[in-house]
Design a protein around this ligand. Structure first.
Ligand code: ZN
Length: 347
């Protein structure tokens, strides 16, 4: 090993929308895959002694053709003799559809699959998890004091894959997998979320994004998540010392430490603002509505009442995750009003 190897910077090159990050003998290609209209997942193909995909995107028509086009660019333009058939392993950073849905692709079946528990339950029992999620959002909407119409929600109650299609391995913090890549368990966005360390690169999944602050979910709905857990995982990745953060959406993160701090400050400010907005008594719907009236730029709509059901639920989840933190730290008090809808007041 060259004595300077540890200090050699990663090299970047972009052709036809695909970016190659190279370091020593490792090449990581970022393929943009449109999972849903306007929502791009960065799928990474990592090549050293073997080929590995990190996240696969959602199996939409566009997503599928984007992934296939990415492989064609890597072979044709970058001169890397690799096809989807050569991929030996797939790592899925967490159990959200825009990261695992492409597992339906017949060209990916039969491969080794690595995920952190309990997110692996979406592979073991996708339908059961889907039904649990539907129950969760119904109860959240009732608790918020809303009567939501769920009929406009995108229904993907089954996917065309099962556990037997893959050689599934559950991975844990600091496990070494494939060519020595390190697993870092980073719960928060989901309970089993993992980041993957490889040379100077940390593949971030949705733990850190360059522009957006990753979505928070209330721990009362899902165990192993919550704002406190997420903030601890922010501190964790900030201290790992990786040179480049490669997120599953948006752009390369040049300083994981600085971006972690920005996100922490954002949440602290939101906690403070929620205390101001809440005053002496609001239910979750009113609190969420009034918070986003002050921040329409965060939802790209004048108010949450203009959002579709899915985005409306995301807004409720986000604020509930913060409210839980405020109640636990004694900054907010909760009382049950008539109809069982909790009301919050700044302490
Ligand atoms: Zn995502």
């Amino acid at each position: 090993m060259n004595s300077n190897e540890g200090h050699r910077p990663a090299q970047e090159m972009q052709i036809d929308g695909v970016i190659r990050y190279a370091w020593g003998g490792v090449r990581a290609y970022r393929i943009p895959v449109e999972s849903f209209p306007g929502h791009v997942t960065n799928v990474y193909l990592v090549i050293d002694s073997e080929a590995t995909l990190i996240d696969v995107g959602f199996n939409s028509d566009t997503g599928r053709s984007d992934l296939e086009k990415g492989f064609a660019t890597i072979a044709g333009e970058f001169g890397e003799p690799v096809s989807m058939a050569d991929v030996a392993s797939i790592i899925v950073t967490h159990g959200h559809g825009d990261h695992f849905g492409m597992l339906e692709h017949p060209g990916l079946k039969g491969k080794r699959l690595y995920m952190g528990p309990p997110d692996t339950s979406i592979i073991r029992d996708y339908h059961g998890e889907y039904l649990a999620w539907k129950r969760h959002i119904r109860s959240l909407s009732e608790e918020a004091g809303c009567d939501l119409d769920f009929s406009d929600m995108y229904d993907y109650d089954h996917l065309r894959f099962c556990q037997e299609d893959y050689q599934l391995t559950e991975v844990h913090d600091l496990d070494r997998i494939i060519s020595g890549y390190t697993v870092h368990h980073t719960p928060g966005h989901t309970p089993g979320h993992i980041c993957i360390g490889c040379g100077p690169f940390l593949f971030l999944g949705d733990h850190l994004l360059s522009i957006t602050t990753p979505h928070q979910v209330p721990k009362s709905g899902w165990s192993g998540v919550g704002l406190e857990v997420y903030l601890q995982s922010l501190t964790k990745v900030a201290g790992l010392g990786f040179e480049l953060g490669l997120p599953a959406h948006e752009e390369t993160i040049r300083s994981i430490k600085d971006r972690s701090e920005e996100i922490r400050v954002f949440h602290q400010r939101r906690l403070d603002e929620l205390c101001q907005v809440c005053g002496q008594g609001k239910n979750l719907y009113e609190l969420t509505r009034d918070y986003y009236l002050q921040h329409p730029e965060l939802i790209q709509a004048p108010s949450i009442d203009h959002l579709g059901t899915e985005d409306f639920i995301l807004a409720l989840e986000e604020i509930k995750a913060h409210v839980e933190h405020l109640v636990e730290s004694g900054r907010m008090a909760v009382s049950a009003a008539a109809g069982g809808v909790p009301r919050y007041a700044t302490a």
